[in-house]
Design a protein around this ligand. Sequence first.
Ligand SMILES: [Zn+2]
Length: 414
Amino acid sequence: MRLLYLTVLLGNFILISGEKVRYDNYHVYSINVESAKQLKVLQDLKNSHDGILFMETPISLGKPIDIVVSPHKFTNISALFNAYEIKNEIKIENLQTLIDAEQPEVLCSSFDWKQYHDTAAIYKWLDELIRRHRKILTDYTYGRSYENRPLRAVKLSHKAGNPTIFIESTIHAREWITVATATYILNELLTSRDAEIKALAKNFDWVFVPIVNVDGYEFAHTTNRLWRKNRNPYSDMWNCVGADLNRNFDFHHTEEGSSTDSCDETYAGPSSFSEPETLALSKFIKTFDNIKLYLSFHSYSQLLLFPYGHSTAVHATNHDDLYQIGQKTTQAIKRRYGTDYTTGNIAETIYLASGNSIDWVYAAHNVSLTYTFEFRDNGHFGFILPADQIIPNSLEVIDGLKAMINEAKLLQYL
Ligand SMILES: [Zn+2]
């Protein structure tokens, strides 16, 4: 067997292929960016790929950023914080303990929403579902991933002529709560006794792409829990593998908020739709001419975002409607457990991000309502959201979806 040596986070240990990356004693810091000088220092640090993993790209002032730091970099990072008076706090002392506690102690062999499942288990569950609901579910394999895994989707339809709601999930590999929530919603649409959910299932066609980034998702299960991009090998360096699929769409590709450096977490790819996963998804989306609502599931930050992401200078033509629907949605989400979401356009609410899927669907495929959900939480667990939050997250999101669809009907989008 050829041994593949990967230096993890350019850290102080070597990973042999097949072994899981461990984050023992890694700290997660929350840092505040208060001046242009601090911003520049952090951007340089991010671009240097020097043993620090940024959970977000430092683009604007006033927004806290989470970074993951390996133990051998603690001294350096403290010196940097002191030198530039960067306010910081250690949010997570030992990242590995979170990863170890993410799943329940005893894993169940059948499919449920009390634990996170890998691709094989999710695809097996889909197969069973399709067998059980032959008349209303349509099975699609709309392409193959870079590593030749099937790219799958399922459509739920009770009658012809329904408007379509399209849900895209897990374009970022480490955001495990997204596919867990997408599958929960699909199951509810098929089995719920709630009259409102039954009506939603009857009166709309629902298309689910549960795992857009199937190679990355698999890699996040087998090897590196914090993997984000796909697995297209742009270089042998461990972090230079993969493109950020949510920067690879053909709308203002490689403009603000994406990188042309393949070692970066937001590497946009050499050209738009260079990645088999995004090219196939875009072609698949184009086969539906009646999409009225497009949703992209992400985590974390508790945000509900709408176009545009490429620029703060331009608002979507129906910005006010998108905001109003967003507000009704976030109010409904809050009612059940008090979970606070913020809504707004991507560029002004979170950061600039060009080449993302919802901008492309909105602008190039003429869907007037496109939203990105950033699910739980606010960074206490971040991407490593414990599995016992899958159901609460799903329930509050379903509350939000009901409100979203009601308000969109009132404003005559549906
Ligand atoms: Zn994401």
